[in-house]
Design a protein around this ligand. Structure first.
Ligand code: AMP
Length: 357
């Protein structure tokens, strides 16, 4: 029997970026104190948290001390080192657990795991050498995408292969790291499902969103996505099987490709709150950040039903300079992350523009 944490309990969060910041804000509203662990003292989350521990993620003594000072530990990024997660889990419940990190950190492990649990993906092959790459291309066909197995995000560490002659350059772009060749998904649109699992195993999911990327970075989400009941059912089924198999506690994002014939393929999972779930902040009574904190605290999950439709617009780099215009836009809710330096490609904030359902 898992005990629900009492209000005023302390939640530790590994990582202090914008996701940690928005988790801390939701936790604070519910009377919970957040302790952020981040190497950067002036990180976005530190300025809204009860406390911040400034240390490197591989400083395991600092991680142990941090975890011993809180009632549960969670994280806002999937590349938490395994040793860090293990050190934290010795002193407090780690939610989601280490298995979710293990699966999400390596694209090969992830796709193998997903397929084993009825969440279909594109065909894929592990690749380390040019000979392996040539064989994989002849098996999967072209175009195909070569990706590093680990540490890729927002389209980084990826190369599209259109002709056999692109193979060598694509492999060189992996910088000697183990890679995976993925068949190209000829999708009509990209969707995602953001779902939560509580300590008691209950699963609750928000409606799907439709997502538009450019240069590998999410630009906009429209929610609820205009998809059939069948599509929603398929996505929910895949998310539920994965959450159960991971004995997951918290919110997970699952990115999907929708093909012309209605097939849904999973691109990847994120063991954390997700950029494509930001629309829930203003269109749902219980947003993804509150939902995650509720799960981590062992509290009942909230109702994921929206009361409005939303267009979430990411403010990337100098997009955020238009913040005053967004303040004057009807039905728009501005979220800025408090980052002091604007850089190209950096997520500075987002806007939720609400409409009727
Ligand atoms: P990822 O870093 O894997 O999330 O990929 C970033 C973006 O690249 C995705 O949102 C897609 O737009 C595109 N992409 C990734 N993998 C594939 C694939 N196998 N087929 C087609 N497009 C892809």
């Amino acid at each position: 029997m898992t005990q629900a944490l009492a209000p005023t309990s302390r939640i530790g969060i590994l990582g202090g970026g914008q996701l940690g910041r928005m988790l801390a804000l939701s936790a604070a509203r519910m009377g919970l104190d957040v302790v952020i662990f981040d190497p950067e003292p002036d990180c976005p989350a530190s300025r809204v948290a009860a406390e911040t521990v400034t240390a490197a993620y591989d400083d395991l003594d600092a991680v142990a001390k941090f975890a011993a000072s809180v009632d549960a530990v969670t994280y806002e990024f999937e590349n938490v080192p395994a040793a860090t997660a293990a050190a934290a889990a010795e002193h407090a419940p780690l939610r989601p657990g280490a298995k979710a990190l293990d699966v999400a950190q390596d694209r090969l492990t992830e796709k193998t795991f997903l397929n084993a649990h009825g969440a279909t993906t594109v065909a894929f092959r592990p690749v380390s050498t040019l000979a392996e790459l040539h064989t994989a291309i002849s098996e999967l066909g072209l175009p195909a995408i070569l990706k590093t197995r680990r540490f890729g995000y927002d389209g980084k560490g990826q190369a599209v292969i259109r002709e056999m002659s692109d193979a060598e350059e694509a492999l060189a772009a992996m910088n000697g790291q183990p890679a995976i060749l993925e068949a190209f998904a000829d999708f009509t649109h990209e969707l995602s499902i953001v779902a939560a699992r509580g300590v008691d195993g209950e699963v609750r999911a928000y409606p799907l969103s439709e997502n538009r990327h450019s240069d590998g970075i999410l630009r906009e989400s429209l929610a609820p996505a205009k998809v059939s009941d069948e599509t929603t059912k398929t996505a929910l089924g895949m998310a539920t099987r994965v959450l159960d198999a991971l004995e997951y506690v918290g919110v997970m994002g699952m990115e999907l490709f929708a093909l012309k014939d209605g097939t849904l393929l999973v691109n990847e999972i994120a063991p954390r709150v997700h950029n494509t779930g930001h629309w829930t902040q203003d269109a749902c009574t219980v947003c993804q950040f509150e939902q995650h904190i509720r799960a981590v605290a062992g509290w009942p999950l909230g109702d994921p039903v929206p009361h409005a439709s939303a267009r979430m617009v990411n403010l990337i780099g100098h997009d955020a300079d238009a913040w005053e215009d967004w303040l004057k836009t009807p039905n728009a809710v501005l979220h800025l992350y408090g980052k002091r330096e604007t850089r190209d490609g950096r997520k500075m904030g987002h806007v939720n523009v609400l409409g009727s359902l």
